[in-house]
Design a protein around this ligand. Structure first.
Ligand SMILES: [Zn+2]
Length: 285
């Protein structure tokens, strides 16, 4: 019981401190990661120490170079991507959208590709690593919704479409079988390689997206990192830039972050109850 009470007190204290932080710096540059979506049932890649829980995701070079890699990727995605498409909006998404509606958020820069911030009502979202619900042709640029591509592939591969397996991060699934007979749906315009519109490991964030995030940072008073270990450089770099600009940086997450040495505030606590308590503290009356 004591532990439960202590945990409750920690959440209340963290929520009050976070509310004070937002009141002091009422124009936040928010960066989010996998932790904001775990309540929505989307699995996380890393543990509380920032280490991989499982084998790292597919690399861009391998995806483009190897048909076998693409067959394995799409066969597994046929199962795993359903979870991402059906994931409900979580409490952290809702609170961040509410803070934005109160004019307290300059931008939500997310490293997630699940579009849950947009579904929660956030408008000022920068999808740093892209979005998983669309695909583009790597040769001609043709773009289509991913569910339509999956529907085609399910028809082309009835045996695979009938399989099931545990869901894994990024719309992947823990399926191991012979993938060599899997038929991949090609670009309907030029038969090129279709790829999800996500920044893979080994990819770079498109410059216009990075510049938009930097411009928003220049208009902000503080950084709030939520549910991210900041292990990936494309997110961590902004904390370094913010630190160099003299902006305070706060982190709310369950585990350590790569930016711990740069933080002015750090709460290691469950995200949703802390955010909800902070929001309640901020509400007038
Ligand atoms: Zn094409």
């Amino acid at each position: 019981m004591t532990q439960v009470n202590n945990a409750g007190n920690d959440i209340i204290r963290a929520g009050e401190e976070l509310a004070a932080f937002i009141t002091r710096y009422p124009r936040l540059w928010v960066i989010t990661g996998a932790g904001v979506s775990t309540d929505s049932g989307i699995p996380d890649y890393r543990d509380a120490n920032g280490q991989w829980k499982r084998s790292p995701p597919v690399q861009h070079g391998d995806f483009m170079a190897s048909k076998a890699v693409r067959q394995r990727y799409w066969a597994r995605a046929l199962i795993g991507f359903k979870a991402m498409g059906q994931a409900p909006v979580g409490g952290a998404h809702r609170v961040l959208a509410a803070l934005e509606a109160q004019g307290l958020v300059e931008a939500v820069v997310t490293q997630n590709v699940d579009r849950l911030h947009q579904r929660a009502g956030s408008k000022r979202v920068i999808d740093l690593h892209g979005r998983a619900d669309t695909v583009s042709c790597m040769r001609c640029g043709y773009r289509m919704m991913r569910y339509a591509m999956h529907a085609e592939m399910a028809q082309m591969n009835p045996r695979f479409a009938a399989l099931d397996a545990a869901h894994a991060p990024d719309g992947d699934a823990d399926l191991e079988t012979d993938f060599s007979t899997f038929e991949i749906y090609p670009c309907p315009r030029c038969s090129g390689i279709l790829k999800p519109d996500v920044v893979y490991y080994g990819d770079v964030v498109p410059p216009e997206r990075r510049l938009a995030a930097q411009a928003a940072l220049a208009r902000s008073k503080a950084v709030l990192a939520v549910g991210t270990s900041l292990m990936v450089y494309s997110g961590y770099r902004f904390c370094r830039e913010a630190h160099a600009m003299g902006l305070p940086i706060a982190s709310l997450s369950l585990g350590v972050t790569r930016a711990d040495a740069l933080l002015s505030h750090q709460w290691r606590a469950p995200l949703t109850p802390v955010l909800e308590h902070a929001l309640a503290c901020l509400r007038p009356g």
